[in-house]
Design a protein around this ligand. Sequence first.
Ligand code: FES
Ligand SMILES: [Fe+2]
Length: 389
Amino acid sequence: MQVEPDLISRESLQLQLEQVESDFNRSAGIPPACYADAGLLALERRAVFQQGWVALGFTDRWRNAGDYAAMDIGGVPLIAVCNRQGQLKAFANSCRHRGSALLGGSGNCSKIKCPFHWWTYDLDGRLKVYPRMENALDFDPADYGLVEFPVVCSHGLAFTSFAQTPPDFGRWLGDFGERHAQWRLEDMVVTRLREFEVACNWKTFIEVFNEYYHLPSVHPDSINWLYPEPDPVDEVRGAYTTQFGATDGAAALLFEHQDQALPVAAGLRDRFRQGTRYTWIYPNLTFAASQDSLWMYQAFPLAADRCHVVQTIAFPSASVALQDFGQRALHYYDRIDAALAEDLPFLEQQQRGLNSRFARPGRFGALEPSVGKFAYWYARQLLADLDAS
Ligand code: FES
Ligand SMILES: [Fe+2]
């Protein structure tokens, strides 16, 4: 399929993508058109969201049979639902009758019932109810189950893939498990989940979360004081980037609530007992694993200049079991909301500049290595697709 970008020629796009290098000290940034061009979104959906594995979120989001979430993952409407055996399933959110989306939002259901003509599926996607179909010759409901995608649950997170032949999952995630073992992601309990839309490209939303560069300008009075110079970015194997930084206190609390800090997670040793690991699992899930809590964002493209964001906050199970957990957790929510509220106007302002056809690729500073790492991975995904088309 030919790409027809509006803001940039295919040749310029290719040239600009080739300037994105593996060494972020040398690399150019992602071409601005990739943040603004409606025509490029189709290429991005295919090359970035539909080739490898994409995270669905914490498996803890789907605790009980029938817990479901409808998502749009890079242009694929999907239902993630927990079946009666406690397994997480992923189905195309497209009715097998005449294609209607089946569910929206999230909640709990005992079956998946199409609102249009009431075809109804069980939690394994099998078609069970199909009114007035007695006329249809050779109609076998077994042929009309929901289209299913593979689901892999690993380190407390669930992933799916739309690829015809998904890449080997173990190789895709590489050494993610070892590098995050001390944070015991599988023990995390989701205590708050919110969804909202932002008028910015999905990548910019995740980029700002993964760089320390903007802290003094965007968060001067709220969280900047928490963060001294971080460690260098980790050299990892797998489709992710991560950077640990020691902090001056509990990074998930504002100054005035530091005395409300919850216990340090049981698995953490040495320096990891006071600091935060910022991780970005490509393409679109990122989290901060701090000493006592974890906050996560998933950003899904709705348009080039608009994204849907899922914010998840989680804590180690031992903390959630504390008697005063509910009260103390509120201070964590305050800190996360405060930082987000400060980021949002800057993201929307950045988008206004990116929308210009005169925007040009920049460079990466010392405090944005993870943004550079992602840029390289992203550029390679797009170039591979452009080469093949
Ligand atoms: S489109 Fe779903 S029942 Fe008709
Ligand atoms: Fe920020």
